[in-house]
Every structure is written in C-alpha cells, then in structure tokens.
Design a protein around this ligand. Structure first.
Ligand code: ADP
Ligand code: MG
Length: 250
C-alpha cells in the first residue's frame, strides 16, 4: 500500500502541502480533487521524490520513499510511476522511442546514458513484451509508433505519457490531471483505461480538477484546499456531499 503520513512541502516560505495524510491500496483508484494551487502537484512531486518533504513520511509497502535516499529513480525502481502534469514527452522523438525510454529510464541516471543504446533497447526481450502490452492497451499508439511525439493530438500525447509510465511495470501509478485540455469524450476514454489497470491490481492515485469525471471511476477521494485535506470519503459520499456540490460539482 502507498501511505502518506502528515507530510509537508515548502517552497522557501510558502507551504504548499500541510500535514497531508492519505493512502492507496492495490486495486484501488483514489482521486485527489481541488482547484488550482491547492497543492495537488506538489503532493505527487513529494511522493516520487521530485521535491523534498519537510516532515512526515511516505511509504510504499515496507519501503520508505522520502528521506535522504529519496530520488525519482529509486521510486521508479521500487514500482511507483508518475504521469506528470503537462505530459513532458520527448517531443522530437518517435512514439516508440518515448516508450522504450520509459522502460529503460529507471535504470539510467541521465538521458545521455541511454541515447547510445536505443537501437539495442528495442531488442530487449522484457521491453518488447511491455511495448506489446502498451500497444494492446492503446492501439492508437501502435498505429502511430513511428510518428514524432510532438505531432500527436492532445489525447494521443496523454496516452503516450501513460504508456511511457507503464513501460516501467509500476505497481502504483500517479497521474497529474491526465484529462486536462481534452474533449470530454476523450477524457472519459483515458480515465476508463485506468479502470482496466485497477483490475490488474495497480494502486492508482489520480489528481483531477474535473471532480465529476474522477469520481465516476474512483473508489475513494480526498479534497485539497490550500495545502490541506478538507474532505475525504468514498466516491459515493463525495458525490452526495453538499459541500462538494457547491464547490466542485456545480
Ligand atoms: N516551484 C515552485 N516554487 C514556488 N511555489 C510553488 C512552486 N510550485 C508550486 N508552488 C506553489 O505551491 C502551491 C501549490 O501548487 P501546486 O502544487 O502546483 O497546486 P495544484 O497542483 O493543486 O494546482 C501554489 O501556491 C503554488 O503557487
Ligand atoms: Mg497541478
């Protein structure tokens, strides 16, 4: 289980995350809702080690993810993957190369280390199997595998960002607003893929501004405001809460 206990994140004097406690079990989709600036991205960044925590604890099973040894490579190796805000693809590289890098990245310290052997990467048995699996999940990526990532539509780029994270064979998947900027139907399709991944036993932490869309697929949810958790419950409870209705569900 992914467990976050009382963590705090600061940027200089600004406290972006205030004593947040939450957990995600394998086979569960948990959503973190909240408006712009609530601290959602900072929370995900702290979990994967992109920003340091000032106090508290982040653990994944028996392993501690925060602390002095914390790094994004270590987190990825331990099976926790982030689909970052804004996708952050290698936009001048092909779909296939982006995916292969995703599978290899957690072994390499720098992009530089893996540019040499990219042609060899494709020969790697494990990576080939994972590539096939991602193509099964997103047939569109298979069709476009030799296309430059930057030339894909927004929805396809989001599929690629998720596919790239899955190439590391994670057991926990954190997503930062995967549906942002997408037409509702496409956003729904992307979120629907997460339901399949839940069935495979992944622990999924989904950050969303679109509360309706997120609560449609989530088991549970937390609501953040100015760095704090201000509400939590099952998706059903949150959908019927008066406060949620007024603030987030319209
Ligand atoms: N790199 C940064 N440096 C300084 N302040 C930041 C930085 N990133 C985020 N913040 C601030 O932290 C708060 C939470 O931001 P963020 O985690 O991005 O929220 P959300 O993802 O919910 O929109 C905001 O007040 C934001 O301005
Ligand atoms: Mg954000």
């Amino acid at each position: 289980m992914l467990r976050i206990d009382e963590i705090g994140v600061y940027y200089g004097q600004v406290q972006a995350v205030r004593r947040v406690t939450l957990h995600v079990m394998p086979g569960e989709i948990v959503t973190v809702l909240g408006g712009n600036g609530a601290g959602k991205s900072s929370l995900l960044s702290a979990i994967v080690g992109l920003v340091p925590t000032a106090h508290g604890r982040v653990s994944w099973g028996e392993q501690r993810l925060d602390g002095p040894e914390s790094s994004t490579h270590r987190t990825a190796r331990l099976g926790v993957a982030l689909v970052p805000e804004g996708r952050q693809l290698f936009s001048t590289m092909t779909v296939r190369v982006n995916l292969l890098i995703g599978g290899y990245q957690h072994h390499a310290r720098r992009l530089h280390d893996l540019l040499g052997p990219i042609s060899q990467l494709a020969q790697h048995q494990g990576l080939r199997q994972r590539l096939e699996r991602v193509y099964d999940l997103f047939p569109r990526l298979h069709e476009r595998q030799e296309q430059i990532a930057g030339s894909l539509s927004g929805g396809e780029q989001q599929m690629l960002a998720i596919g790239r994270a899955l190439m590391a064979s994670p057991r926990a998947l954190l997503l930062d607003e995967p549906s942002i900027g997408l037409a509702p139907r496409l956003a729904g399709q992307i979120l629907q893929q997460l339901v399949g991944l839940r069935q495979e036993g992944l622990a999924i932490l989904l950050v969303e501004q679109d509360a309706h869309a997120a609560l449609r697929i989530a088991d549970r949810g937390y609501v953040m405001e100015t760095g704090r958790i201000v509400a939590e419950g099952t998706a059903k409870q949150l959908l019927s809460s008066e406060r949620m209705r007024r603030a987030y569900l319209g």
